[in-house]
Every structure is written in C-alpha cells, then in structure tokens.
Design a protein around this ligand. Structure first.
Ligand code: ZN
Length: 345
C-alpha cells in the first residue's frame, strides 16, 4: 500500500443494508422494488448514498456496499451463460448448514459480458478514497450452485475462476484499488481449501496488479450461522488449516473474524507477510461497539499482527442488518481506529 496512508486504515468486509426503496430489507436474497432502467437508477442512488455515508463516518477504504447485487454469489452468476436461473433447486449449502434455492449449472460456463461495470465505474466516479470491490471466490460459488454439467467440484471451481479473473481484470481497469474475493467456504471445507481452494483463488486473481484480498468468515448474522457457531465449541481453529496456504499465496490481504468470535487470536500469526483485515465489528449483534471496544480488539490483534499490516474491518458484511445500526457500526469502526492510532502509534 502507499506510504501516505494512515496507520490502521479502516475498511468493510463488503455488503451494506439496502434502503427500503431499493429492495426488501433485512433479507439475504431480497426482492428488488423496481425494474429495468428504474432499478439501475435506484442501485446507483443507493451506491452513492453509502459511499457518502462511509466517507462521512471516516472510513479510509470504501466500497459500493454491494447495492447493485441481490446476493454476494448470485449477483455474479446472473451474467454467466451455462447457468439455469429459471429452474432453481433447493440445496444444502456450507456442508448442509442451511438450505437455499440455487440455480443450476447446465452447460459450459461463459461470461455474457461485464458483470459489475455500472456500479464499479459509478462508485469510482464518486469517491477519491481507495475503492474496494468484492467478488465471490470460486470455492464459495461452487458451494452455492447445483452442478448438472461438470461433475467435479475442482474443475467447476477453475471454470468459475477464469470468469472471475476476466471480471477482476476489467474492474481493475475501471479504477478499483482492491479486489476482494469472498470465501466463507474456506471455513467449512478446510482441507479442500488448503489443497485446491487457494489455487483456484490465485487463478481468479491472476495478472492483477491492484491489491488483492480474500475474506473468510463465519457468515452473516443469521440464525443458521449463529446456531452453527454455537456448535463449534470454545476454540474455532478453522483458520489454522487455511492460513498457511494463504501465507504462501499471491493474495495480498486476508479479512478475518475476530471480535466476539472464538477464533484464537494467535492464529493471525500464521499470516505473517500479509495485510490482515481484523474484524473488530460484530455483524451478528445490533449492539453498537464503543470506540474503546474497537481499540481494545485492535490492541489484542497487535500482539500477533505487525502494526503497518493491520486494517480494522467488520467481521463480515452488514447486508441483513438495520440501516441505522449499520451506519452506527461504521462510525464506531472509524472512531475506534482513531482511538487506536492515539493509543498505539
Ligand atoms: Zn463474510
């Protein structure tokens, strides 16, 4: 990263709540409230609103809040040929943690064109801050569609990785500074993630000269995930299997859960050499963190992450939350980082 950046640059995992006039609220797969050109305008309006809100809160790296996509995986798939969206099927995803209606892969995969050009260019035109843009990771995509064509998870993951790479290179050309791939599936299929998941991720990021990141979380703050986390015991060691492979990879940054999680913080040591986006904001609770709590979490992480490598972040996306709560959490994130700069500089 550039030398002129502040200590502890703040950033988000990705998604933000959609305003009620754009889509249904508090939902992971919300229905849009408009269609066609009117919907595009509403998506851009919401993107602008959240860029301004992130800037006003004092965040250093901003994003589009994923306002233009219905869901973080299916938003990408909607522009891919070879996928049947007309006949969705129910499938257990994340190792059957929850059921979702998913589209089916029925033919060789091919991009129909650009996926996120509209919102990426729009966001770029309206902020001078560093701009981060998120895409789903190949392994997580494979875990969120039904395969009726490839018959092999690895083969299909690399097919998706190629398409992701095309879009990522185009996003870079649009002026995006950081491209992040979301891979919650890495926390579910740890051995596979270390074996081929990271390689598929590197294929998706191939040739990028902008900063690259991967976000690995324990999911949105929905009940199925809260129940799953409660079943994981006192120590969540999932990261332990994947981080060594990521440390050796070409990916620059790793976004992880920290605050209110049972992840042993010393696992962050495994990411030596990488920027670490430390989750200091809980997305499973509407309670607003205090700046002191955020700064304390940063202080704990500093035992295991070099100062210049630490980026305070949210644990995951804020999409299903109340808009007011999300806004206050952005402010808490920035205020906590500012306090940490005074404490630990
Ligand atoms: Zn997440």
């Amino acid at each position: 990263m550039a030398q002129d950046r502040p200590l502890f640059p703040t950033t988000l995992a990705g998604s933000l709540p959609k305003p009620g006039w754009l889509a249904e609220t508090n939902k992971l797969w919300p229905q849009w409230k408009a269609q066609g050109a009117e919907l595009d305008q509403a998506k851009c309006d919401a993107t602008l609103l959240w860029i301004k809100a992130q800037e006003d809160a004092g965040l250093d790296i901003v994003g589009d809040g994923e306002q233009a996509r219905q869901h973080f995986v299916h938003g990408f798939l909607e522009k891919v040929d070879g996928i049947d969206f007309e006949h969705k099927v129910e499938m257990g995803i994340r190792n059957d943690r929850y059921k979702a209606m998913v589209p089916q892969v029925v033919a060789p995969l091919k991009l129909r064109g650009r996926v996120h050009a509209m919102e990426a260019r729009f966001a770029r035109a309206h902020t001078t801050k560093k701009l981060k843009f998120t895409l789903p990771g190949p392994m997580t995509i494979v875990d969120t569609v039904a395969d009726r064509h490839y018959g092999d998870r690895v083969k299909m993951a690399f097919a998706f990785a190629e398409l992701l790479n095309q879009e990522a290179l185009a996003l870079q050309a649009d002026g995006v500074d950081i491209i992040q791939f979301d891979e919650p599936a890495f926390n579910v299929y740890m051995a596979e993630a270390a074996d081929w998941g990271v390689k598929a991720l590197e294929r998706a990021a191939q040739g990028l000269t902008c900063t690259t990141a991967v976000h690995i979380c324990y999911g949105y703050g929905i009940q199925a995930n809260i129940d799953w986390k409660n079943a994981l015991g006192d120590e969540w060691r999932q990261y332990e299997q994947v981080f060594p492979a990521l440390a050796k990879s070409s990916i620059d940054q790793v976004s992880l859960e920290c605050y209110h999680s049972h992840v042993p913080p010393d696992l962050m040591k495994l990411l030596d050499g990488k920027d670490v986006l430390v989750g200091v904001i809980d997305v499973a609770s509407a309670e607003i963190e205090t700046p002191e709590q955020v700064a304390d979490t940063i202080g704990r992480a500093l035992q295991f992450v070099r100062k210049e490598r630490l980026f305070p972040c949210t644990n995951c996306g804020l999409a299903p939350m109340d808009r007011e709560v999300a806004l206050k959490k952005l402010q808490a994130l920035a205020a906590g980082a500012a306090l940490a700069r005074r404490r630990y500089a």
